[in-house]
Write a protein that binds this ligand. Structure first.
Ligand code: WT7
Length: 663
């Protein structure tokens, strides 16, 4: 810390230049915020005028019900309006004379692998793919599954679906064949788009092989995928033994270039689904979160503009993958809706070494840089010289997302990376919220507090609730909930509106329940304290304990499993699993590897437990509920703080578990 303070004194703090896209005073923020809450219908209608609609929305376009006792939960924005988000992302900028401006600056796994696509290039390729999708019989409302690494074809495929009113479902390319199959079957995609593979650092990832396995599983499950469109990645060709199924698989480079480069956009109703994105909950299967078009477009475009102070031509880089919500809202839609130049990063931030991020920033003259605290923590341990030897003078706004940012990482980001010149926008939001909810704004008027997500964005009313559902006013702590609807919010869960209602609205009627805890300080700033449910956040990836438990329990030698999240210095949290074997004799290194491999195969590498703790039995209440609180304390070596264990059916289990730690 001391070095940082000395360094920060030596640096001249170049003033943050206010631009028309920034809010320039506290009074302006308060005025706009107040208006957005008092008159959401009018406020958002005004914001929506910056976008192209083929038909204007009705005068009273916004309606919503958040109270489960008051009929079904629903929200609609811009009712009566028709638009097309791909048109707003691309055609609009080409028509405005920005066709030759770069849209994507792609950098591959190796620093020398580069590709620039202009707005005109991207528009033409999107149209070609849209035409191909139409030729395959994909219609408005059909779902197309995308299983691609970070190549230009991924956002292009998202936009091509949007152009014809089809719904995209991007599955992160780190998911296993089982998870992929489950997601394809759930939304019944008949078309899947993938690539031969990708290099992740020095490791080839056999994507086509995984797709083949997944589509076999789909067949067994009674769902047939008619077409797999495959992008050829020359750095990772088809792996040995992986072939082409003549009746199903086709190459992108053989079928897309011959399509017409024009395709009329399909103007869709504001509430037409735009995409599905599967995310983990505290229980059950992953949920297919449904986002719709009009409100999401306005929410994504407006938040990107104000939170990142973004203007057309700005070079923007988010290290997120399109497989997660950040890659949808703040890598694809938000930046393109603002005419930005997006760096698409197809590598790992620490490959070939820990200087990669700063090289990329120097090379492309990145203005806004958006990343996750876990990456900052892994980079700052290498010292500052690796950062300061690269030119970061282009940077203006730094963003953080995915988990609470600790003070040390915040200061390093602010002082070393941003030379004290760039505000840090610590953005709190979720897959379900679609767009930023609580965040500082990058104006010199906005006081920054390291570790605080700060203030609500326009249209967002955060409240803190007591466990009984009473609003905590002023300075205090509680469960974070949101009162009233905002344009970017998810409208339902795919095929399961009941689960949508029971997960997000039943816990506290009248509010959207976030699953996070938070504190409000004397200045009204919000500090997120972390999840209050059984969701673990590993390196900004959301993983449900129930999913990992389910994967472990599926193994025939596993009798029972309980999974908890424990603090981890780099990853934020790591996965810690307690496992009871059907045969205790098998406990040991070999069995651990078997279980780890099994989780990797069932979910994906990022869900693998760091620790497997053998448990002859698990601490349960008399009614059979596993006491995770106790397991978490034992895992972290805090058995002195176990709290009340009197409700355990057999309290001696705890001592037994403590004695087996590290075995
Ligand atoms: C959960 C949502 C939103 C895109 C990435 C994750 C945690 C997210 C912050 C932040 C503290 C944060 C919350 C939230 N989270 N951003 N700035 N400060 N916590 O999306 O996978 O839907 O996860 O991530 O716990 O509920 P997600």
């Amino acid at each position: 810390m001391h070095r940082l303070q000395v360094l920060s004194k030596q640096l001249t703090s170049g003033a943050f230049t206010e631009r028309p896209s920034t809010i320039s005073s506290s009074a302006d923020y308060e005025r706009l915020y107040k208006r957005s809450i008092e008159d959401p219908n009018g406020f958002w209608a005004e914001m929506a005028k910056d976008f192209v609609w083929s038909k204007t929305w009705d005068k009273d376009h916004f309606k919503s019900n958040f109270d489960v006792n008051n009929g079904p939960i629903f929200t609609h924005w811009f009712k009566g309006g028709k638009t097309n988000i791909a048109f707003n992302c691309l055609d609009r900028w080409v028509a405005a004379g920005r066709g030759s401006q770069p849209c994507f600056l792609w950098e591959g796994n190796e620093p020398h692998q580069q590709r620039t696509m202009t707005y005109s290039d991207v528009l033409a390729e999107v149209c070609r793919l849209s035409n191909w999708l139409l030729s395959q019989g994909v219609k408005m409302g059909d779902t197309v599954s995308l299983y691609l690494p970070m190549v230009c074809e991924l956002p292009i495929a998202m936009l091509a679906c949007a152009r014809i009113g089809a719904v995209h479902s991007v599955i992160f390319a780190g998911f296993s064949a089982d998870s992929l199959a489950q997601r394809i079957m759930d939304c019944k995609s008949r078309v899947v788009i993938t690539s031969t593979g990708t290099m992740r650092g020095t490791k080839p990832v056999d994507l086509k092989g995984i797709v083949d396995k997944a589509l076999d599983l789909c067949n067994k499950g009674g769902h047939k995928v008619d077409r797999a469109l495959v992008v050829e990645d020359s750095s990772c060709p088809l792996q040995p033994g992986v072939g082409f199924q003549a009746s199903r698989d086709v190459w992108w480079h053989q079928h897309i270039p011959q399509q017409a480069a024009q395709c009329e956009p399909t103007w869709v109703d504001s509430e037409q689904p735009l995409f599905l994105l599967y995310t983990s909950g505290s229980t059950g299967n992953p949920k297919g979160v449904v986002h719709t078009t009009g409100g999401y477009m306005v929410g994504a475009g407006v938040s990107t503009k104000y939170v990142f102070d973004m203007q057309p031509g700005d070079v923007y880089w988010s290290t997120a993958d399109c497989g997660w919500i950040t890659g949808h809202t703040y890598l694809t839609y938000g930046p393109l809706l603002n005419g930005a130049v997006c760096v698409l990063f197809g590598s790992t931030p620490t490959y070939p070494d820990q200087t990669r991020c700063w090289q990329v920033i120097e090379k492309y003259k990145v203005r806004q840089f958006y990343t996750a605290p876990t990456l900052l923590r892994s980079l700052l341990q290498h010292g500052d010289d690796w950062v300061t030897k690269y030119d970061r003078s282009s940077l203006r706004v730094l963003g953080s997302v995915g988990e609470p940012i600790n003070e040390h990482a915040w200061h390093w980001f602010h002082e070393v990376v941003g030379e004290k010149r760039c505000p840090i926008v610590d953005t709190w939001w979720q897959t379900e919220t679609g767009t930023h909810m609580i965040t500082p704004l990058p104006g010199s008027w906005c006081k920054l507090k390291p570790g605080s997500a700060s203030l609500p964005f326009f249209g967002v009313q955060p409240v803190l609730l007591s466990p009984e559902g009473k609003e905590v006013t002023g300075h205090g702590e509680g469960i974070l909930a949101i009162k009233g609807a905002w344009p970017g919010m998810a409208r339902t869960l795919h095929n399961d509106h009941g689960r949508y209602e029971s997960t997000y609205f039943a816990p506290f009627s009248g509010y959207y329940f976030t699953g996070d805890g938070a504190r409000r300080d004397e200045d009204g700033y919000i500090w997120i304290t972390g999840r209050v449910d059984d969701v673990i956040n590993v390196s900004g990836h959301r993983i449900g304990t129930a999913e990992v438990e389910g994967a472990l329990a599926e193994h025939p030698l596993c009798a029972e499993a309980a999974v908890v999240g424990v603090d981890h210095p780099i990853k934020g949290q790591s996965i810690y699993a307690y496992v009871t074997l059907t045969d205790a004799q098998r406990q040991g290194k070999e069995m651990r590897q078997i279980l780890v491999d099994h989780v990797r195969k069932t979910i994906g590498p990022f869900a693998v437990p760091d620790v497997i703790h053998w448990a002859p039995s698990l601490p349960k209440t008399r009614s059979g509920k596993i006491m995770r609180r106790v397991l978490r304390k034992v895992a972290m070596g805090q058995e002195k703080e176990l709290g009340d264990v009197s409700t355990l059916a057999d309290p001696s289990v705890v001592d037994l578990l403590i004695s087996l730690r590290g075995e």
